[in-house]
Design a protein around this ligand. Structure first.
Ligand SMILES: *Cc1c(COP(=O)(O)O)cnc(C)c1O
Length: 313
């Protein structure tokens, strides 16, 4: 799954992008990398995959697609508070996923009931947490970290910073695990929060790191884990899915200059945060890697929302 790393135009620093969006399945993205790991575990032992995701969920779209590939029944529990139709939700429907819509307060009970009901009917359901959260999801991004290390060795370069959009924190946790396991002290991995506040977000990331290290018998003390987990909530601009003119400008710039699609919820927000962090901290002449975590269908939702009416004759 080794995705390419490309250098983009930039004046003050050397900026590179790891193109996780080009993972060659279902528009790629970090959810594709994680979901492939889950399906390795699922193998032939389960006939249903049950997961959680809103109508804009990249995770739910990839899982529904993989269920078609591996011939599994797919059930997606979805919160009624976020039911606007999107390209992701359309694809979930095309992939024949059964979508169960309930108020967000009933999600957890609905998941339990659904699994219980399937088991009672003699089925073998496998549950994947929303966003592909959990040790298996984390392990996908330890792999990604190792690819980055390989690239550094082959190209005789050290990335001083790695930036990414951090949501459930699984992607971020996997990268930090890779860093800690490789004892790589020469870089800062910085997660730009797309919704969570610093306290909650950082706590979840640290728990994910601890879970993964414990499961794989690595002993690393908690202080060190905390020291290496940089999670910034300065660029949330009001909450999940909300965006401002700065983010729109980043998206336009990257599209015009690099032909690179970003979306306002994740990659566009995180890259805007990255540029603000770089200028605020006067970072110069450094090697900086941005992880493009995917979300291409959200780019098309953005196009439709922002531009469709504007260019209608
Ligand atoms: C889910 C998602 C993220 C956040 O990943 P987490 O592992 O949940 O933190 C970032 N970018 C995109 C495009 C996503 O779909």
């Amino acid at each position: 799954m080794n995705t390419i790393i490309q250098k983009i135009d930039s004046e003050k620093n050397n900026i590179y992008i790891k193109r996780e969006d080009l993972i060659p399945y279902s528009f790629g993205g970090n959810k594709a990398r994680k979901a492939f790991k889950f399906f390795e575990h699922i193998g032939d032992d389960y006939d249903y995959v049950v997961t959680y995701g809103s109508s804009s969920s990249n995770h739910a779209r990839v899982v529904a697609n993989l269920c078609q590939k591996f011939n599994k029944n797919c059930i997606i529990i979805s919160p009624e508070e976020a039911e606007k139709e999107t390209y992701n939700s359309l694809m979930m429907k095309i992939f024949n996923a059964e979508i169960i819509i309930v108020p967000v307060s009933e999600v957890s009970k609905t998941i339990d009931d659904t699994l219980e009901k399937l088991k009672n009917q003699g089925h073998t359901p496998y549950f994947i947490q929303g966003g592909g959260h959990g040790i298996i999801g984390t392990s996908a991004y330890v792999d990604c970290y190792n690819e980055i290390s390989e690239y550094e060795k082959e190209n005789n370069i050290n990335f001083d910073y790695i930036f990414l959009a951090s949501g459930t924190g699984t992607t971020h946790a996997g990268l930090v695990c890779g860093q800690l396991i490789n004892k790589d002290n020469n870089k800062k991995i910085i997660g730009i929060s797309i919704a969570r506040n610093a306290n909650r977000g950082k706590h979840v990331i640290i728990e994910s790191i601890k879970d993964y290290l414990k499961e794989n018998n690595y002993i690393i003390n908690e202080e060190k884990i905390k020291e290496y987990t940089y999670f910034l909530d300065d660029y949330i601009v009001g909450g999940y899915g909300l965006y401002n003119d700065d983010i729109m400008e980043t998206i336009r710039n990257m599209l015009f200059k690099e032909g690179l699609p970003l979306d306002p919820t994740y990659t566009g927000k995180a890259m805007t945060g990255m540029f603000k962090y770089i200028s605020k901290n006067e970072i110069n002449n450094k090697n900086i890697l941005f992880i493009h975590t995917g979300g291409t269908p959200l780019f098309f939702d953005f196009l439709e929302n922002e531009y469709k009416n504007k260019f209608k004759n």
